[in-house]
Design a protein around this ligand. Structure first.
Ligand SMILES: [Cu+2]
Length: 651
């Protein structure tokens, strides 16, 4: 539903009728603030039209935002432990954080990417990259929970990631920071020619979404910054922006800005598949972690991988080409038709647009302008479709509206410009507040963009909200693009850095949203499915508590016979089979506040009592009128005491 139809609905409901009658006519330049508010107002009890999935940047999370209201609906923890539900603290979730560097409990999350079918977002999974310790995570959009995290080997700074091919055959990952491959101790001054980039293709199982590192492409030591895969005619290709073709290793702000042109790297993944099948690739030993949650048990487990398939472009003709691009490109985006490849040359005054069909012609004609480390550089004049003159300063990213228009974010001039692919003319500008990075149109990176809104994802807010000390909330802005000119509708603060976002019509996700986990299908080895089965078992100095929770008590709620020196595992099964009734569990002295157990699930808390005493435990999630009474006691005796192990409820 577009803003116009929403408006009519509001009018139909009689809400704000007087103020809105004025807005019913043709669009005018003199919209009032209340008119803009009406178009983002979602009345009590009604739902937003779109889910927005916003990266939390350095907080390692994803926030789910309703659009157009800008209301935050949920925070999904991915690469960070979460102080709301115990993610990363429960024994079941800890393995998701395993990496070859040991458990890494916090990472920098940048680019959410919805899975797609036939080039259209399908609402099944959301993927996002961990930038610092290179990883890709998969979130199941039926539960909004992180269910898999795979480490990407041989890479420094997994920034151009995880952009998807048209049927999610692959997600890409790449080296923002080239480094020695394989890693080794060597002088940094010997960077040139010795440091390497790596472009990784991670396959996704079409049935269950499981990821696997399929192959990697060994590249020269440039900085591979962002990516997007093709669509339609270009669907077999993925494009990576690269800066630092100078191969500088110090003071890059000067030394990587020397060359007039850097490259867009074009990789033909179908060709890569052929070369791998023909035996052109080699196997490189490298250790990395693949962590996945078992759907039946809810327990994450780590599989350690010990080698990876690596393709050298020298052994696979037709695999990689360089497209000369002015100047230090940041984003690289492919329009919905798959013909135009639009880089964001952040130091360039113009935007040079590449033509995919001309690129293929140039390859066929071997219209090369030399090579870099044996990889052909295509002739710029042969592949360029046109240039946008007087664009803006600091163009970074592009999204598309499906009507032949491109919306480009411009960091330095803090604006979004709208321009046409038909004649490369700028037709509109909208100032944004301030310092925009990415922008997002729901579906604006797919073959089926919506034409309602563009969201500006801004780095600085300065005066937009009430002050909160030296640090202010970062922000997003919602802009109406349904008419000829852009109209600013809404400012809203975001959680963490709204690095990039994805939007999808609510009707593609909401009907598949899960309400409970089936208790009958709970295969957790420590699940307790009825109060009749609760018990406490000692195995040496390890004690397992098989506990249940239901409104409004735990069973057992009195436990004695625990000793100092014991390690106690509290396995709490939530017996509820009712939507939105989690129970929390906390015991005094545990290392975190709480774990939140969804209906039908089992979670485990590890607890090492350090002194004799009687300690309370309680439910942390307000669950009923007698929630306050949902509590119990555990008695801890000195080591070697003769207090018998016992448990009870209602005695
Ligand atoms: Cu409760």
């Amino acid at each position: 539903m577009g803003p116009r139809r929403r408006l009519l609905l509001l009018l139909g409901a009689g809400a704000l009728a007087a103020g809105l009658v004025l807005a019913q006519g043709a669009r005018t330049a003199s919209r009032t603030a209340s008119d803009a508010a009406a178009r983002t107002f979602v009345p009590p009890g009604q739902h937003d039209e779109y889910y927005g999935f916003f990266s939390g940047g350095f907080n390692g999370q994803v926030s789910v935002v309703g659009l157009p209201s800008g209301r935050t609906l949920r925070v999904i923890p991915v690469f960070s432990q979460h102080g709301e539900n115990g993610y990363g603290y429960s024994e079941e979730t800890k393995a998701l954080f395993n990496t070859s560097h040991g458990p890494v409990y916090w990472d920098d999350a940048h680019h959410p990417q919805l899975s797609r079918t036939d080039g259209v977002a399908d609402g099944r999974w959301l993927f996002i990259n961990g930038n610092n310790t290179p990883r890709i995570a998969r979130i199941d959009l039926s539960t909004f929970e992180t269910v898999e995290i795979i480490e990407i080997p041989n890479v420094g700074g997994n920034h151009p990631s995880p952009f998807a091919t048209s049927n999610t055959e692959y997600l890409v990952a790449g080296s923002r920071f080239s480094q020695p491959v394989p890693q080794r101790d060597m002088p940094i001054a010997d960077y040139r020619g010795n440091f390497k980039g790596m472009l990784t293709f991670v396959s996704v199982d079409p049935e269950d979404g499981e990821m696997e590192v399929a192959f990697q492409v060994l590249m020269p030591g440039f900085d591979y910054d962002l990516s997007q895969c093709g669509k339609g005619p270009s669907a077999d290709w993925c494009f990576f922006s690269s800066y630092n073709v100078e191969e500088a290793h110090t003071l890059l702000e000067v030394n990587a800005s020397q060359a007039d042109k850097d490259f867009v790297t074009a990789v033909n993944w179908r060709r890569a598949e052929q070369c791998v099948a023909e035996g052109a690739a080699s196997r490189m030993p490298v250790r990395y972690a693949h962590n996945e949650v078992d759907e039946e048990t809810g327990i994450a487990e780590t599989e350690w991988e010990d080698e990876v398939t690596v393709l050298d472009p020298a052994d696979c003709e037709g695999l990689v080409y360089f497209l000369p691009t002015p100047k230090s490109p940041h984003g690289v985006d492919v329009d919905p038709t798959g013909e135009y490849i639009v880089p964001g040359g952040k130091l360039s005054a113009t935007i040079a647009v590449h033509s995919f069909s001309r690129m293929l012609e140039a390859i066929q004609n071997r219209d090369f302008d030399g090579d870099a480390y044996g990889i052909p550089i295509l002739n710029f004049d042969a592949i360029v479709a046109g240039q946008v003159e007087r664009a803006c300063l600091g163009p970074l990213h592009n999204e598309f509206d499906g009507k032949g228009n491109v919306y480009t974010s411009c960091f330095i001039t803090s604006e979004i410009i709208k321009w046409r692919l038909s004649d490369f003319q700028v037709v509109d500008r909208m100032p944004v507040y301030y310092s925009i990075g990415h922008l997002m149109i729901p579906g604006g990176d797919t073959v089926d963009p919506s034409d309602d809104y563009v969201i500006a994802l801004n780095k600085i807010t300065k005066d937009r909200f009430l002050p909160t000390g030296p640090e202010l909330a970062q922000s997003a802005q919602l802009i109406d693009i349904s008419g000829n000119t852009m109209e600013m509708l809404l400012d809203f603060p975001t959680i963490g850095e709204p690095h990039y976002a994805q939007g999808i019509a609510a009707e593609k996700v909401a009907p598949h949203s899960r309400t409970i986990y089936s208790l009958a299908e709970n295969e957790h080895p420590y699940a307790t499915k009825s109060e009749a089965d609760v018990r406490v078992e000692r195995d040496g100095d390890v004690v397992h508590v098989y506990m249940t929770s239901i409104r409004s008590h735990f069973a057992p709620d009195v436990i004695e016979g625990i000793e100092v020196g014991d390690t106690v595992y509290w396995h709490v099964t939530n017996l509820e089979q009712d939507w939105d009734v989690p129970h929390g569990f906390a015991v005094q002295g545990m290392e975190s506040a709480n774990v939140l157990i969804m209906p039908g699930r089992t979670l485990t808390v590890r607890w090492e009592p350090d002194a004799p005493g009687v300690y309370p435990f309680y439910c942390t999630d307000f669950c009923s009128a007698l929630h306050q009474e949902m509590q119990g006691y555990v008695r801890v005796s000195p080591a070697g005491s003769d207090v018998a192990l016992s448990w009870s409820v209602g005695r």
